[in-house]
Design a protein around this ligand. Structure first.
Ligand SMILES: *Cc1c(COP(=O)(O)O)cnc(C)c1O
Ligand code: SF4
Length: 355
């Protein structure tokens, strides 16, 4: 299947962002790549063979992409190296045959969110802070994500669900912080977000607002003036938490977006996932931390992989993870070392890895 956008893609100068600098984020959402062959050809890699001549591996790639579709915005594609099938950004978004393998210990529901639901769209696992699933959709489909098994849950909260969330929050003065998450909460329009921020700020015991998003990483123009206004003109202390896994994901456009947030009083943190073939070397992790701080983003967490079926090829052994963590702690300033954690159902916080 070859979409109409492909001709645009082939003209793209690899690793140049100039073409995307002026387009708005909704345009980039619309023209994101959504199939394997377009992704491969855009990077000068051979596409899959014709439908009747697929190898077993290619058949599994097709199956994997029909279970969880490909989604790659062009500003993110522009940061991949053409001709490199092992590019660390490509590896995060290109379906692989191994996704169809059944591996012991990798299940459908790895993080056990169901027990934490207070009302539809509102999760609380930890003291003092609650998480709102503002929408189920994302701007990029990351192959290692638990979302691969919930692609149908793309809709945003409706009006009555939002009112129930507000009622639950008003009734619980122990909640001081709200995390807007998803999916990706920045898929919502600036108007919708501004109105949500206002509703939350009207609840006296809420002090802080966190936005967990990968959208500004894959489409830096998502950091718009109205969004910055909504986050900076509220009485709530707002913090942006991005999701960046490799230094190559940080470019000039993302740096400018982060600086705009910072100059309006909104700090940016980062969380990463430790991923085999993407960032499981000391050189890659050090480079990621150095580039984050260079871009004025503070490394916050590095998560060990959630054991979700279809993601076993991203798993890094505990021994290797422990070595990497030790080397980072011994070689880098403390604030360049994120906290190494994993998620264990029923625990009162993210669980520290080996400490
Ligand atoms: C990860 C997570 C948080 C945030 O944890 P912090 O340690 O505060 O960053 C909050 N709520 C839920 C449900 C989470 O999964
Ligand atoms: S929730 Fe985050 S990691 Fe998962 S697909 Fe969306 S952007 Fe990627």
């Amino acid at each position: 299947m070859i979409p109409a956008e492909q001709s645009d893609v082939q003209k793209m100068p690899a690793n140049s962002l100039s073409d995307w600098a002026n387009s708005d984020w909704q345009t980039e959402m619309r023209r994101a790549i959504t199939d394997v062959d377009s992704l491969l050809t855009a990077l000068n890699l051979p596409p899959l063979r014709g439908r009747d001549r697929l190898t077993e591996a290619e058949t599994n790639i097709e199956l994997a992409s029909s279970q969880f579709s490909v989604r790659v915005p062009l500003p993110y594609l522009a940061r991949m190296e053409a001709g490199n099938p092992n590019d660390p950004l490509l590896r995060q978004v290109l379906p692989r045959p191994e996704e169809m393998d059944q591996v012991a210990g990798f299940d459908m529901d790895a993080v056990g969110d169901l027990n934490a639901v207070k009302t539809t769209g509102l999760l609380q696992k930890y003291s003092g802070r609650a998480l709102i699933i503002a929408t189920g959709g994302c701007a990029v489909n990351c192959r290692f994500c638990f979302r691969r098994h919930f692609p149908y849950a793309e809709q945003a909260l409706n009006h009555s669900q939002w009112q129930s969330i507000l009622d639950a929050l008003k009734a619980d003065p122990s909640i001081q912080e709200i995390i807007l998450s998803g999916g990706d909460p920045l898929l919502l329009s600036d108007d919708r977000l501004a109105s949500m921020v206002n509703d939350l700020a009207a609840i006296p015991h809420i002090q802080r607002l966190r936005v967990h998003s990968r959208l500004p990483v894959v489409i830096p123009n998502r950091i718009t003036t109205p969004l910055i206004t909504a986050l900076s003109q509220t009485r709530l202390a707002a913090v942006m938490v991005l999701h960046i896994n490799h230094g190559n994901e940080i470019d000039q456009a993302l740096q400018s977006a982060v600086l705009k947030l910072l100059s309006d009083g909104i700090p940016t943190l980062n969380q990463s996932v430790l991923l085999a073939g993407v960032n499981d070397s000391y050189a890659d992790l050090r480079d990621l931390s150095e580039q984050l701080v260079e871009a004025r983003i503070i490394p916050y967490y590095i998560h060990l992989l959630d054991k979700v079926s279809g993601t076993a090829h991203f798993q890094v052994s505990n021994n290797k993870a422990a070595e990497l963590m030790k080397r980072m702690r011994e070689s880098l300033p403390g604030y360049l070392c994120p906290r190494w954690v994993y998620e264990e159902a029923g625990e009162p916080a993210k669980t520290p890895f080996l400490s």
